[in-house]
Design a protein around this ligand. Sequence first.
Ligand code: ADP
Length: 585
Amino acid sequence: MKKLVCLILSLMLLCGASAFAEALPAEGLFTPGTYEAEAQGLLSTIKVQITVTESEITNVFIDASGETATLGGAAASILADEILTAQTPNVDIMSGATVSSNAIIAAATEALEAAGADIAALDANRRDTGDENAVKEEKTIDTEIVIIGAGGAGMTAAIMAQQAGKDFVILEKMPYVGGNTTKATGGMNAAETHYQKEQGIEDSKALFAADTMQGGHALNDPQLVAMLANSSSDAIDWLDSIGAELPKISFSGGASVNRIHAPADGSGVGNYLVDRFSAKLDELGVEVMLNTTATELLVDAEGKICGVKAEGADALYTFNCKAVVLATGGFGANLDMIAEYRPDLQGTVTTNAPGATGDGILMAKALGADLVDIEQIQLHPTVEQTTSMLITESVRGDGAILVNQQGLRFTNELLTRDAVSAAELAQEGQYAYILFDQNLRDHLKAIEKYVKAELTVQADTIEGLAEQLGIDPATLAKTLADWNEIVKNQRDPDFGRTTGMNADLTTPPYYAIKIAPGIHHTMGGVKINTAAEVINTEGKVIPGLFAAGEVTGGVHGGNRLGGNAVADIVIFGRIAALSAIEYVK
Ligand code: ADP
């Protein structure tokens, strides 16, 4: 769908017919004007508006405001700049925003074709987008603390450091903030919170710790787990204080009580927190140094942290500092590290953000940091395989079931992630369908995203749904009827499910999404103590080095419970910041 915005008519009025003739592409590259085109992105229609003169693209405006703020939004401004510089729509897609990038390129191509451009000719004359061999300027910056990574843990630490009046920088290697944190969909586990009390939910820090240990197969470091549980309600209060309230409490796999705290409107917790953290950093006047990759940690003769080396788009930096907070996330997007530590998982899709390449683990290891549970990698059981989009646990928590290609349930859908993933991998084809109804869709905002992204198959009857999925209709109808009976009786004799059974699945239309396991979280990482100090292989603290979030190991043990990643980044992000602040005093 294209629309000529500034019609050539206006040009004829201004310049006369001959000028119009001269402006035709036969003489120039474009017919001057402003042209618009649209294409479907991941969640929304992306609009591209391009202004051209006879010989040049002079302006590119992309409206991707309906895409996720962190990825789609970033892709819009980055690709607009690149198209303008390269003078062709065929620029590199942005990793982590493939669907949005492709839509932008498609719409830009259409707009330029409407302007009469020969796209192959534009490609052939592509303008230089910069000299990769150009010598970068060397810059030295003195500061007290360097925070590496602007995901949830790094941004939490940055807010704390700024509130404490510290001199610091925060580096982010991607052109946008948020990291894997944006992918968190469920919520944050916390016990004895004021929200739980207000909603009459009885919980205790000890029970939270016990559930986390049990969920992690008791591989976790009990002291880190106790710290997590004991600091959790304070962390909820802190989130309140910066305008990031998580009042909606529900059930999540592996928890004894309703403990997972989510945004009031049911939106994904990761994007919600990243938006709130970004807004707070803006308000506090903190600028994240984007496109700046930390490459090395520097220590003095005594082994104390004294600096960080980093590479930006135009400069090579040496930061002289007293402390570093490593908040670089996990290594779920580093296929070499996955192959090294878990050869059996080679080829598995990953839900991870492209920046999750384990840099912090490698930099700390180079200083002698100890690594714990590094081979513990969590699969998420409900990942749509063509987009790597994660289908939030809340869908099952709110009542969805899993069926195999035979139309049969095969597990308690709310067992821990590793157990449900293993059950799926035991099915023919190693996949399953997650099945729900309109009532569930009406109550869970996250589902709109899946529908918009066209991941759902839907039908007015369960038999109709079965036909579309190639499942025997009678079998699927019986499975659903049996399930509704289970909900009515609150007893699941086959698989012992006891939660997420508040509503039956009887409201058409019915929906299904084909899913399979995907790499989701790397539980292992750098060893820390309860003060978030990094420990070396001799069991000693590396002075000045602190770490928080997915870069660390020990909190989750052999399996991370849903809701504990966000708890980890906020709680240990705060602890790492406080320790670093105290250390540089
Ligand atoms: P966490 O949940 O622990 O906060 P995230 O994955 O959300 O982890 O965030 C980690 C962030 O760190 C990501 O935005 C990632 O791009 C960034 N990052 C990773 N390695 C580096 C590096 N070497 N330099 C700067 N930023 C990095």
